[in-house]
Design a protein around this ligand. Sequence first.
Ligand code: 5GP
Ligand code: MN
Length: 527
Amino acid sequence: MATKVVYFTVDGKPEQAEFRSDDTADELKDTFRAAAEANSDDILKLYNTKGNLINISPKLPENTPDTRYKLEVVALHCNGFPYYMMQIDNVLATQFGVVIKDLESRIEMLEKKVFVENGEIPPVVGELKHKVEHLREKLEGVDHLSWLGLFKDISCGTSLKPFWDKTQSIKKTEEHNRMVFEKFKKISQVQVTDEVREYLRKPTFDNWQWDDPEMIILLRQMYIDLDLVSKFNIEMNVLHQWLYEIYKNYNQVPFHNFKHCFMVAQMMYGLTWLIDLRSVLDDVDIFILLTSAICHDLDHPGYNNAYQINAKTELALRYNDISPLENHHCFVAFEILQKSHCNILRNVSKEDYKRIREGMIRCILATDMAKHNEILNNFKSVMKNFDFKSQEHKSLLLMILLKVADISNECRPMDVAEPWLECLLQEFFNQSDMEKLEGLPVAPFMDRDKVTKSSSQIGFIKFALLPLFEALRELFPVIEKDIIQPVRAALEYYTDMQKALEEEKKKGREAAKQRMDKDVIKSKIQT
Ligand code: 5GP
Ligand code: MN
């Protein structure tokens, strides 16, 4: 029987195979498969020296070592997941992705149209929106579809590192949001009592007594009672939609969540009344302050700027390591305001919009603690002859006010403030645990092995909080009693706690030493 020899390379390695003239195409392929150590269902591709694909059949021309064919194997199984399934998924996901995106934009158009015609969005449209969101969520949750990243937001569709820990679900589910919205809608007709409205103006306000839908109602009350609803012609339905969107865009993280947003807004609101800010600032400034407070930590992932920068996350890359989080909070704030059905600025003049946007960006970016000393020093230098008519002075004052509200937990009563400290430390520890795992630098103030409640607060109050609050007191002495005194009391409380801790440690060390001494004496007696 006549035989022929063909030469080829597989994976760069030279091989040769001998065929009989009566071998079938399948037998030929089996021989090639054996040479390539390929599976029976893998696809074989044979190329000639010109790079053209050629058929593996008994008619395959003989060649020489100088004119070798090139054999390639296409694995049908990829990471244990069948290749053809991935192709099917790819098609499905692409099609679903297009369909979902199309549905979403059509619903948004519908929302706009209905809103313009009726002044409010009927429940059936909301229902439809919820259903599509639910479908998207379900598809995102299917493991073998999610690898495509087609439905994920901007941070996941790229090869860049996401800016939160995806193994922990920090995003609110559609079901959760829906429940909150239902309750919010139910109570939205209820009048907030005068007693609660009065209490809401106090720095002693206790957030732990209120649930999320109630806090949304209280935020609404702030806009009503500061006359911002009437001054900026905000439609009630738009205010509701905006607040709900804000709520959805705060994550379920230990500290930087919707409750923190509420507390910062509430302190800003309390300061507005305490200092009587309305007698020195105009409505636009008051609007900037309250709205910046509400938006200032939107979509916070629970990992700070240092982590973003060290881990080279997508946010750090996008914003060139310059306040990545604060830039992101601001971006999300204006992204929400782009949607007309929740744009509380839709009826303001162009000039007011420009001022509000500039003011909010300035204030939110100022909450980056890396800028703390710079902003405080600038404020102190204008304080010598502060002029409420100067734009520059006023703009610094707005930044300082938001910064004060942002770090104001320690002026709250102890039973309100202490749980907040526990939340903050929980978030710090989560981050430092992750940094240890990833081999990234760990800040000592976040390290569970180095920090205690008292050590954390003593340093923070002495070096960050009091200098800032005392600078504001220069301008508004009225804050001494309700804002500064409670902080001093907290500093005392934590100083005592630290002393007690050190005392205990000292006692422990002495007891250990005594035990050791006894052991030494005993061993001497025995010998
Ligand atoms: P935020 O991230 O909330 O916009 O900026 C405030 C930052 O100041 C927090 O991330 C946190 O690092 C720090 N901070 C605020 N309140 C406290 C506090 O009570 N104790 C300590 N140690 N740090 C605080
Ligand atoms: Mn904050």
